[in-house]
Design a protein around this ligand. Structure first.
Ligand SMILES: [Zn+2]
Ligand SMILES: [Zn+2]
Length: 144
């Protein structure tokens, strides 16, 4: 598997987007995050080394290039994560108290079960499923 850095570089080059130091910092921070991060959280993760305004601009450019995907939380907070073609398919654990969102990757047999549930739910209707995303709401270990 090629590393994230190479794949992102390749995608941005193809899209004619400069892989600036600020954008690289955003990608690096998202690479080590264990779930989607809001702009404010990224700003903190980056020790405020990247101004918030340029952070928002970078996130917008990276989202347009499909390197980053937006995650719309249940409480209206927009978070960002690396797109699934970079990180692999996964689901989310959403804390109802602090709002933290963590990634969760089911073992392959459970993922296959989820896939068959999706197909069962849509087979009768005129809808062709192309993907799914599970949001499990509850309380994280800090808030439980
Ligand atoms: Zn929590
Ligand atoms: Zn899945």
């Amino acid at each position: 598997m090629a590393n994230t850095e190479q794949l992102v570089t390749q995608r941005l080059t193809e899209s004619g987007i400069r892989y600036s130091r600020g954008r690289r910092a955003v990608i690096d921070a998202l690479s080590v995050a264990d779930g989607p991060r809001s702009a404010a959280e990224l700003h903190r993760d980056l020790a405020e080394a990247v101004p918030l305004s340029s952070l928002y601009r970078s996130l917008s450019v990276l989202t347009d290039a499909d390197v980053v995907t937006m995650h719309h939380g249940s409480r209206g907070v927009t978070r960002y994560e690396l797109s699934e073609w970079l990180t692999g398919h996964h689901h989310h654990l959403v804390c109802l108290s602090c709002g933290t969102v963590d990634d969760i990757t089911p073992p392959p047999d459970l993922e296959a079960d989820l896939e068959s549930v999706v197909i069962s739910l849509t087979v009768a209707g005129r809808f062709s499923p192309k993907g799914h995303a599970l949001e499990i709401e509850g309380f994280c270990s800090e808030c439980a």
